[in-house]
Design a protein around this ligand. Sequence first.
Ligand code: FAD
Length: 596
Amino acid sequence: MERYDATVIGAGHAGCEAALCLARMGFNTLLATMNLDAVAMMPCNPAIGGTAKGHLVREVDALGGEMGRAIDDVFIQSRMLNTGKGPAVYSLRAQADKKAYQSRMRRALDEQDRLTLRQAEVKDIIVENGRVKGVETMTGCMIESPVVIVCTGVYLDSSIIIGPCSWQGGPQGLMSSRNLGMSLRNLGFELRRFKTGTPARLDGRTIDFSKMIAQPGDEKITPFSFMTAGELKNRAMCYLTYTTEETHDIIRKNLHLAPMYSGKIHGTGARYCPSIEDKVVKFADKERHPIFIEPEGLYTVEWYAQGLSTSMPEDVQRMIYHSVPGLENAQLVRLAYAIEYDCIDPTRLKATLGCADIEGLYFAGQINGTSGYEEAAAQGILAGLNAGMWLKGGDEIILTRADAYIGVLADDLVTKGVDEPYRMMTSRAEYRLLLRQDNADLRLTETGFRAGLARCERYEKMLEKKANTQLAIDMIHSKRLAARLQMPQVRIEDLFVSVPGLENIPSDALEQAEISVKYEGYLKRQQSQIEQFRRAEDMKMPADMDYLSMDTLRIEARQKLARLRPASLGEASRIPGVSPGDIQVLMIALERHRRN
Ligand SMILES: Cc1cc2nc3c(=O)[nH]c(=O)nc-3n(C[C@H](O)[C@H](O)[C@H](O)COP(=O)(O)OP(=O)(O)OC[C@H]3O[C@@H](n4cnc5c(N)ncnc54)[C@H](O)[C@@H]3O)c2cc1C
């Protein structure tokens, strides 16, 4: 029987990060995936990043992951979003050449020592006495492995829906995974049915761009990776158009044919990626909806119509698209569709994304009920890091809500669970003033380095930035110019004359210094909130606490606590249905437990 230290199932955005992470930490890793031509495939929007998603990509990069460097190598247009607001919500978004992104990620996998990439469908996860033993593939090949990371995305018993038609299948004409779901059920996992959808792909030669508004990229481009150097250039344009009253009429007249409204679709869809029919129904007061026309790559005629996701019948799709200015004669080279798929209930996992009651088993990506390339990559690296630390016999790596967006993501999944596809948003991060995309390296690179993932070069670069930032702050304070910099219209460059030598500080450290001084008051307040949060996180709940017999707790709280077994008082306080009154009861119980 073949043996690997770790087996990762699925080479999507989660699986690629998890497998690279484990191999870079020194473990012989097998990455088994159904189709090698679908490695790091982007079945939906041709972009990486966006609001809050950009933060996740930078955090993955800061830990030593691959997504940030890959997109910097193949992006075709880049924009920093939300620059009209504060730096806490600045978010990078880069258009990707999809094929180039896949080849770039495949190259990283192929060139990685200790990583074996194989085309194989895993049908069973072998568990004995509460520990993972390995996997079995569709061809009966048994692979021994103390660690298994499940990253099967949208493929578990997935089915495609277009109008009255539906069939078992994965995205973009690929196969669905039909056996692993049963294996997970046999291991006691509750599977739920989720749904997502994608717009049609259009032949760019049949689009009239003169009827649209060009959306150029930024002049000065900020890379995703803290390791990317040199000047970056945009190589493509995006366009903006809008739906019309005619579009909305077509949809209203054919709503009975929409699978979402005819009852053909049962899966729960993503609130924040609604189909066009959903938008027309739910936002009926809106006269028009924006549609972004984005290139799928530099060497393809295919264009993506962001905002026109639908599962309407083919003929209705054509009517909808042809009613949009600029798309009157557009060729739909791939139809829009909805996909339903199974995913697990992530409250069965710990904040490491490891399974609470099966050692060595981890889950990452859309299988956990999230939606998005970035959310998947973030979970992949977290699961990879923790599986690696477990194999080393080291400490778990828990990223809390005060450390990272990745921590917010993991905590939301395992404490609150999901009842619809979970998308990251800045509003989910209560400590977002400190969890900015610009300081992800200062927050996380040390963790990646200590775990053996982030390289020395990256670690030293971060230390240099940290030292330069402090030097710049000290220089400004030594000249008593902090208050001046706190004036809204003043930028750090305006102090160069009054602070000799400040102009020599590298721009990334100047940016940090400016934010630290300008928002000093807010940041201090947030820091004290974080200290309070950490105190609650440090109050560990005993693993054997008998919640069901605690009659001073409300019944709902007893049941939820007994099922979810929170690691800390802080985690307990975030479980839906556990009230502040219940937390008081737990604090008394904890004190009594400590004394006994
Ligand atoms: C139609 C569609 C629309 C989408 N729309 C959006 C959107 O609007 N917004 C958004 O944020 N995200 C959207 N997404 C989601 C986005 O694509 C996913 O979130 C992301 O790709 C998830 O990454 P992942 O690594 O978890 O899984 P995936 O990228 O799905 O990769 C899973 C991998 O696992 C492999 N695999 C599956 N089962 C097995 C098995 N048994 N054995 C071996 N290999 C296996 C597959 O071949 C695949 O390579 C959409 C996805 C689809 C398909």
